[in-house]
Design a protein around this ligand. Structure first.
Ligand code: C2O
Length: 519
């Protein structure tokens, strides 16, 4: 079955018009975003039309693998150039081997703050979920702006009634006593990792980043920007009104909680005048909860849904997350802050990297991103200062087709009041290990989970710690790898992998679509 969506963006008026199965539905609310529905195995065709006169737009289908088809991936200047005002670009892709919740968002500068929505991939017709069938499904998204710009978070576009001016802006989900609900949750926040809980109800986590997990029950979930989580909730408490709430997880000594957003989990027939109660959220700096929650996330790893963790590694990479400075003649003091991976601040190219790779164009990027940081030091212990100058370049890691890669992302004691949600395009990876302090190549690999580690597309690398991920490089193309905190991405905390073509004819990057926007 084909799903046709035509998405018109008018970013000034924030109006969305889209067609679904050839029916025009006009959605004209600034905070309601079209959800894209598909079934596993579907071909999805989305026509993005740029009608705004001043902003050029791109959309990215966060977490969809786009096998050999990076042209449909979407990040600006990585896989395409801008869709110019008055023109369009058709994203044409297949959804293979994935089912669950993902999301889409604009992928340039900070535009994803307003331009985003959910992607729901249902299992193939007749294939049940590997968990109790929900009576109803619900999408949500949590969204927020960075601390210095706004104190607001929202649930489905609404902040909830905790603040004097926001009573009317509350999302409510009506439930029937005795029914089981599937909540699809995406963290679309720009810069905050979030806790989410529902008063009076536990949640059973069944899926993360469109991969089924071993179900486990929890009073709260932790979700980083870019990540998605599906939970089952039984409406089996005393009929009433209960708050659902999100607030940031920030590993700082004295957290300020002025950003809790709420929505209502409301039993049918209960009058709106009944006062809801707030859930117990972990305290904003509850690192113990965060570590133990992440540790409970396990792949289902059944014959139908095996976890094919690479056991041998062909290529070992260590990337350090840093904060330094760069020369900036127009800035006060002549310098500005720059984030880096292996002390390299990524420089955005002017040509799409995938096109440059496909056409073998010279001078757009260099395939020489170092496998290790320039020198080993005590990343998390020593009093590193932000006085280091970073180097600059559009440097990419070149990876042989089908090789197995282990990447350790090492946080430092800079830029570290929160975990960095690192997102890899084109792949899921297994989070085989994570720890606090410096990664120890002699000892830590022995503690890896190579049996049922969580499989996902975005990993929260803990403050002052590290995460090790593994994947098989079987998807040829150029794949962006970046911190999903918008502030850090903007500072250069990103690079990309060039995965070479394989020998088979379907193992090579496809020819570009004819309407690929020119640079
Ligand atoms: Cu959700 Cu490259 O992003």
């Amino acid at each position: 079955k084909r799903f046709w969506h035509t998405v018109h963006y008018d970013l000034t008026a924030k109006a969305y018009i889209f067609t679904f199965d050839d029916q025009n539905i006009e959605v004209n609310a600034d905070l309601l975003r079209p959800t894209i529905y598909a079934r596993e195995g579907d071909r999805v065709i989305i026509n993005v039309i740029e009608i705004n006169p001043s902003i050029t737009c791109y959309s990215s289908w966060h977490g969809l693998k786009q096998y050999a088809n990076g042209w449909a991936d979407g990040p600006a200047y990585i896989t395409q150039c801008p869709i110019q005002t008055g023109s369009n670009f058709v994203y044409d892709f297949n959804v293979t081997g994935q089912r669950g919740t993902l999301w889409w968002h604009a992928h340039i500068l900070w535009l994803r703050a307003t331009v985003y929505g959910a992607i729901v991939i249902l299992p193939q017709q007749g294939t049940p979920y590997p968990f109790p069938k929900p009576d109803n499904e619900h999408q949500g998204n949590a969204m927020g702006l960075p601390p210095n710009m706004s104190d607001a978070h929202t649930i489905n576009g609404k902040p909830g009634p905790l603040f004097p001016c926001s009573e009317k802006h509350t999302f409510a989900m009506e439930v029937d006593q005795g029914k089981r609900y599937l909540l699809r949750i995406a963290n679309a926040a720009l810069n905050d990792e979030l806790f989410f809980a529902i008063a009076g109800h536990n949640m059973t986590v069944v899926e993360i980043d469109a991969v089924y997990t071993k179900p486990f029950t929890t009073s709260a979930i932790l979700i980083a920007p870019g990540q998605t989580t599906n939970v089952l909730v039984y409406a089996n408490s005393a009929p009433g009104r209960y708050f659902m709430a999100v607030r940031p997880f920030q590993d700082v000594p004295i957290p300020v909680d002025n950003k809790t957003a709420t929505a209502i989990f409301q039993y049918k027939g209960i009058p709106d005048t009944v006062l809801p109660s707030l859930p117990q959220l972990p305290s904003p700096n509850d690192t113990t909860f965060a570590l133990s929650y992440n540790n409970k996330l396990r792949s289902l790893n059944t014959p139908n849904f095996p976890a094919n963790v690479p056991l041998n590694v062909d290529r070992k990479l260590l990337f350090t997350v840093g904060l330094g400075k760069s020369v900036c003649p127009t800035c006060i003091n002549g310098t500005r802050l720059s984030a880096s991976l292996n002390n390299i601040t990524f420089v955005m190219p002017q040509t799409g990297l995938l096109e440059a790779h496909y056409k073998n164009m010279k001078g757009v990027f260099t395939p020489d991103f170092p496998d290790k940081p320039p020198k080993a030091f005590n990343y998390t212990g020593a009093p590193l200062t932000a006085n280091l100058f970073t180097t600059h370049g559009t440097r990419l890691s070149k990876i042989a087709f089908n090789s197995t890669v282990e990447l350790v992302i090492q946080d430092t004691n800079l830029l570290s009041v929160e975990s960095h949600p690192f997102h890899l395009h084109g792949y899921n990876f297994f989070v085989v290990g994570t720890g606090i302090g410096n990664f120890d190549p002699a000892k830590d690999p022995a503690k890896y989970n190579l049996v049922d580690p969580p499989e996902r597309n975005t990993v929260g690398v803990p403050t002052g710690g590290w995460s090790a991920i593994r994947f098989r490089a079987d998807n040829p193309g150029v794949w962006f790898f970046h911190c999903h905190l918008e502030l850090h991405t903007g500072w250069g905390l990103k690079t990309a992998f060039v995965v070479e073509n394989g020998p088979g004819k379907d193992q090579a990057v496809r020819p570009p679509p004819k309407d690929l926007p020119p640079c």
